[in-house]
Design a protein around this ligand. Sequence first.
Ligand SMILES: [Zn+2]
Ligand SMILES: [Zn+2]
Length: 132
Amino acid sequence: MEKYKKIGIKLTPQRLAILDFLDGNKDHPSAEEIYREVSKRFPTMSFATVYNTLEALAERGNILELTIDPHKKRFDPNTELHHHLICTKCKRIEDVHTHFELAVPGMHRKGFEVTGNHVAFYGICPACSHRT
Ligand SMILES: [Zn+2]
Ligand SMILES: [Zn+2]
């Protein structure tokens, strides 16, 4: 598949299924959710395969690994700079495509050359606030 040429890992049908599921996916699914979906097509695929594929893709910068929730990594196929709104009740994650002028003042930069940032906004989503 042309669009996956640059990925840099061997594309087995299982891995392609993972990429297809993530393509354009805005739900920021967890490895468990990805596994649940993809195993419908590949029932013999193990969770470890899914997890290792996700790690390999994240390592190569093909997808983003969001470690907002320490108990559950979430994956984002949108690797362009964007921020996130996180519901603290249902863990729903929404994209925020606003540009923020954020800078670490020199004295706090500890010698780092800063190349990016990610802002996580916490709150209660509309569905959860209606429920209470
Ligand atoms: Zn919610
Ligand atoms: Zn996102």
